[in-house]
Design a protein around this ligand. Structure first.
Ligand SMILES: O=C(O)CCC(=O)C(=O)O
Ligand SMILES: [Fe+2]
Length: 753
């Protein structure tokens, strides 16, 4: 026994690197030692490059401590097995034959062969070997429902339990048997390997002599093609189960058109994500450090290129450009490009560039702005492709595509994506309150959207993790080496120019590039681009219905939310029952003034008289020089603002009353030293009034202010966007104090008249 034992161990040395300095202890090994014969195991695979699916394969082996058994054949060698899309692969058989020669007499050794790009392991060696032994076979080959590549052999297949046709992507058995199989016949490199094994299996004498079986019931191997529905996903700690056969397969093969299915299984198994832990589940792979980039190590951060693409008219374009420029990344390692294809944005973009680049303090590694005169005649896909080639020329470590449809609300997006070190990755961006996002869980045959079973769980942010998905766009980080190796491209003649992103994703999938989406952290969202008007100066002001969240980010005062949580006694009250809070942003104030002042002629002219045709009664008791929101079609927008932001504050400060949502008169008042300077004492035609400062007392004008006569109280120094809220038709008899210099703008709304 001991003699045989030693010869076995000699074989093991070929599999596991042995440290020569260590005294070999195996000669005195006991049965439960590491090097018992059950250890005598090797897994072969053939792979010519260490791409994403190969890394997934190796990780699945590592999870079960089996990577030590792996021998990869053909790595970095030229593939001689013909076109992978057609029958071929005899090359695999010949590589195996060469590698197996050394084990040809090892009759206790168990050898496994699997494909790697479309295979994952789901169990450990012990379970696999035990299951193998329980079959009584000397050699076990995986089975499927379809005959390939030679249908004419149909009648020769023996009937067995479960699936009866052979698939050569996964097999295992004793080394001596495998050797016999590999030597059944000579095989050309370009001959089909599956057909080779089929001939072996369909030779009844050979099959019986060598006890060759197919694994018809997925005891070990499960091929997904035509058998996806037999499989119960099993989650995290639970196993993938073939409920039709009552088995728990240990190796899963995404053969044929089931690659995306396998990707989905691979999002959970082995030990990738466990949705059973807690409500949201647990991303197990997210905790793995191996292969990731430490983005805290600023010295060693990769050089990057970010490219902003503006290919359609975009609301809140300045927010998009600003948030890109202010990302947290060392500028000396950061190249920036802008491709603008929209004439209407050209001047604005130039201004933003002047601010951030020409006059900014960040000195970028390089910068270029391409305006419509250069970009408009080019195809969109060519612009994206050009950006990518620039990245290759600049030897960048990562290339970021950033489309103007995105809104980033976080400054660490670049680093957070680089961290994962993936070939292609995005962060989940979704239209607020919608299921429209920047990734697809699955694609149909034609390459377009298809819902995956877990898409909603991700979009609703119920499952947070790192996901291998079918399609990503709008914010995409692509690793430099993937670009250099030409595995990704925006050029794809199958799709028209407007579907440049569909073409990109299709190319990537074809080239075994995984497309990741991470949703651990909320980095931003997507805007809606439809219904965007173009006839205003500040069209964004009218976006409160279409892009409500962006409207808030841009036009509501940054401190507004803090006041929602205050109690009434905490609320600033400059005069009795006159409350004071930050409502609108400085940007809103500037935009609304600018919008009115850029209208042709003088839109304020003609107002300020008691006869007022704009009013239903045609008469205004205490007229101001003003513009009513009805005049600029802003009334509905303003009412929404009242409902969404003013009403909750009103309920807080005037307890027991609830805003009815009416406001017939909302207007911008202009006091000017040469026009109307003041407003005489009056009551407002409202239950409560809001009065918002749109410019600065002491800078833009002198004097002014709201004076509450009965309370003998003047409020003068109101910051931009801050709003006074006071009772209207009773108790707060008030006047507008005269300005002594400049122009004063206020926004007044008579609420619930
Ligand atoms: O000038 C002010 O602050 C008061 C304006 C006012 O009372 C009004 O427009 O009704
Ligand atoms: Fe008033």
């Amino acid at each position: 026994m001991l003699l045989l034992w030693l010869s076995l161990v000699a074989g093991v040395q070929g599999l596991i690197p042995v440290d020569n300095d260590v005294e070999p202890e195996y000669a005195v090994a006991t049965d439960d030692d590491e090097s018992t014969p059950s250890d005598y195991f090797v897994i072969f695979t053939v792979a010519t490059e260490e791409n994403d699916p190969f890394q997934r394969y190796v990780r699945s082996l590592k999870i079960f401590d089996m990577d030590q058994h792996l021998q990869t054949l053909g790595m970095n060698e030229k593939w001689l097995g013909g076109d992978m899309n057609y029958p071929g692969g005899g090359f695999k058989v010949n590589l195996l034959k060469k590698a197996m020669e050394q084990y040809k007499e090892e009759d206790d050794m168990i050898v496994m062969f699997t494909d790697s790009y479309d295979v994952i392991f789901l169990a450990d060696r012990e379970e696999i070997v035990d299951n193998f032994k329980s079959t009584g076979a000397n050699f076990l080959i995986s089975a499927e429902n379809y005959i390939w590549p030679d249908q004419s052999l149909e009648s020769q297949y023996p009937d067995i339990k479960g699936k009866k046709y052979l698939c050569s992507g996964m097999m295992m058995g004793y080394a001596t048997t495998f050797w016999a199989i590999l030597n059944y016949k000579e095989i050309e490199n370009t001959f089909d390997d599956q057909l080779y094994y089929t001939h072996v299996y369909l030779d009844p004498n050979f099959r019986e002599k060598h006890k060759i079986q197919l694994d018809g019931t997925s005891k070990i191997f499960h091929n997904l093609h035509g058998a996806e529905r037999e499989i119960d996903f099993g989650f995290g700690s639970k196993r993938v189960t073939n409920w039709e056969q009552g088995t728990q397969p240990q190796v899963l093969h995404g053969n044929g058109p089931t690659k995306l299915s396998l990707n989905r299984f691979g999002n959970y198994h082995p030990k990738v994500f466990d949705p059973t832990e807690g409500f949201k589940g647990k991303c197990m792979v997210c905790d793995e450090k191996e292969g990731t980039i430490n983005v805290e190590d600023t010295e060693n951060l990769p050089t990057i290129l970010t490219t902003m693409f503006i290919t359609e008219r975009t609301p809140f374009i300045d927010y998009f450009v600003n948030k890109t420029f202010t990302q947290n990344y060392p500028p000396e390692k950061w190249h920036v490009r802008i491709y603008n294809r929209v004439w209407g944005h050209a001047d604005h973009i130039q201004e933003l560039v002047n601010y951030h680049v020409t006059n900014g303090d960040k000195k970028f590694a390089s910068f270029e702005l391409k305006q419509p005169k250069e970009t408009i005649s080019k195809k969109i896909s060519d612009l994206y492709q050009e950006g990518m080639s620039t990245c290759a020329e600049l030897e960048c470590g990562f290339y970021f595509v950033m489309d103007s449809v995105i809104t980033l609300t976080d400054d660490n997006v670049l680093k957070d994506l680089i961290h994962w070190n993936k070939s292609v990755i995005t962060t989940q961006l979704t239209q607020p309150g919608q299921y429209w996002s920047n990734f697809w869980g699955d694609v149909s045959k034609d390459g377009f959207y298809k819902r995956s079973t877990d898409y909603f769980n991700m979009v609703k942010r119920e499952r947070l993790g790192l996901w291998n998905v079918a399609f990503v766009n709008h914010l995409v980080a692509i690793r430099g080496d993937v670009i250099k190796d030409k595995k990704v491209s925006y050029v794809n003649t199958k799709y028209d120019d407007s579907n440049y992103d569909v073409g990109f994703n299709s190319n990537a999938r074809k080239n075994n590039v995984f497309l990741y989406m991470v949703n651990l952290k909320e980095h931003g969202h997507l805007k809606r681009m439809e219904n965007y008007t173009s006839h205003r100066v500040h069209n964004d002001l009218w976006q409160i219905f279409t892009n409500t969240l962006d409207w808030k980010l841009n036009y509501i005062h940054p401190d507004f939310d803090k006041y929602l949580t205050k109690t009434r006694p905490e609320f600033p009250q400059p005069c009795p029952d006159v409350y004071h809070f930050p409502l609108l942003s400085t940007k809103f104030s500037w935009h609304i003034i600018h919008e009115l002042e850029s209208m042709p002629g003088d839109i304020f002219a003609g107002s300020g008289k008691t006869d007022d045709k704009r009013l239903q009664g045609g008469y205004e008791n205490v007229p101001t020089v003003d513009v009513h929101f009805t005049q600029i079609n802003f009334q509905q927008e303003w009412m929404k603002l009242l409902r969404d932001y003013v009403a909750p504050i009103q309920r807080l400060v005037f307890e027991g009353y609830s805003f009815h949502g009416n406001a017939l008169l909302s207007f911008v008042v202009k006091y000017h030293e040469e026009g109307q300077r003041e407003l005489r004492p009056h009551h407002d035609h409202s239950t409560f009034t809001t009065n918002t400062a749109l410019n600065r007392q002491g800078i833009d004008y002198q004097g002014g202010g709201s004076y509450f006569i009965r309370q003998n109280c003047l409020v003068r120094d109101v910051d931009i966007g801050w709003t006074l809220m006071h009772p209207g038709r009773l108790t707060h008899y008030h006047e507008g104090k005269p300005i002594t210099q400049g122009t004063r703008y206020i926004l007044v709304s008579f609420n619930d008249p």
